[in-house]
Design a protein around this ligand. Sequence first.
Ligand code: ATP
Ligand code: MG
Length: 433
Amino acid sequence: MHSFGKLKQYGGLLKIKAINGFKDILPDEVAVWRKVETIARDIFRRFGMQEIRLPILEKTELFARSIGEATDIVEKEMYTFVDKGITMRPEATASLLRAYIEHGLHVRQPVQRLFTIGPMFRHERPQKGRQRQFHQIDVEVIGALEPQVDAELMAMGQLLMTELGLDVSLEINSLGCPKCRPDFRSRLVQYLTERVDGLCEDCRRRTTTNPLRVLDCKKRNCTALVQDAPSILESLCPDCATHFTAVRQQLDALGVSYTPNRFMVRGLDYYTRTTFEFLTADLGAQAAVAAGGRYDGLIQQLGGPKNMPGIGFAMGMERLTLLMQQQSDAAETGGADIFVAALGEPAVQYSAPLVHQLRKLGLQAAMDYSNRSLKAQMKQAGRTQARYTLIIGDQELEQQEGVLRNMENKMQEPFALQGSVEQLGQQLKSVLA
Ligand code: ATP
Ligand code: MG
């Protein structure tokens, strides 16, 4: 039993805590989460995006084949049930494309605009804005290769950030395609190999396994060393270069401000051409609030239709909500419409059906069944932030007249307790309107 020694005792029983990196989202915080989701859903509606809901577990091979074997995610961050060959999704794009292919969604409509919201799982070191279970809002446009679509998606992301009241910047890059990237890759490998002694241990390994990743290593020596590395933007083939120029022109046309960043590469292998990140200065090392890019070869690679392009990005809910909480007006206001303070057992009996009726009518109504003092109940009415309190005691019942108190201006007026519960409900509703 000694292994339980570290756990705190509570009432003689062992207190069980959540797993490191897995967090509860408490009611106060949920208000902010809902605000983000509500605004996001409204924006998605404007851009004609449809929701899709996906399973959390997928075959491990799906992620190995899409994200790439030599990426941090697949190498060391996945929660895998080894004996069952299944993995808790570390991101949404692979699952979404799996569903897209499996159900032949392209047959229904050549261009699919989809979004999904839910938890993702990665075994990373937990920090502020970095958890092992985290949540993403993921958006994908499948079947369109026009650069206008890249710009439209980034414009949508920027509009969302603006409507959330967040100050973020947009950085963009192009990672080329299977035609031009291999050449850039070998030029980069040559450059890095000549300087391998100056790189951190991870980047020495990456020089052979995943050299592009060295470009966005956050260690100071590596950052300094890659400053003079060949630029991918100068290695793009004519098609990729034209695409990137058109993306930039379209961003300008839509009034979206951005900064090109040739060092930005993504931690997933499937990206081609446009990649982008929305960054904040307010979350320390966890600067990326949202990130994504184009993945023109991925659908075919997963067994889907040939030459089917796609582009998407994912926003991190934890990071968005942390930023929102730093703003003062983020919390949802608005408490109960009415609190019924019932004094005495008969009043409690009388009031419960009335409260239920008010709820049926769409009002947020509250009461307390424990028959406490008026003072205690008024205090509770204050805690529920009720706009009105209806006071009903023995005397009020007898005289068929309650007291309706406006909690804001403290004015009280009589409220007749005559008629059916339906009638009373309607009368209260019109007073509160
Ligand atoms: P980072 O560079 O911060 O590790 P990433 O490149 O791994 O991010 P993506 O896989 O592109 O991130 O996921 C998109 C977004 O999801 C990120 O921009 C971030 O907001 C969020 N995100 C990713 N990993 C985590 C995590 N472990 N905890 C919380 N949010 C995360
Ligand atoms: Mg990461």
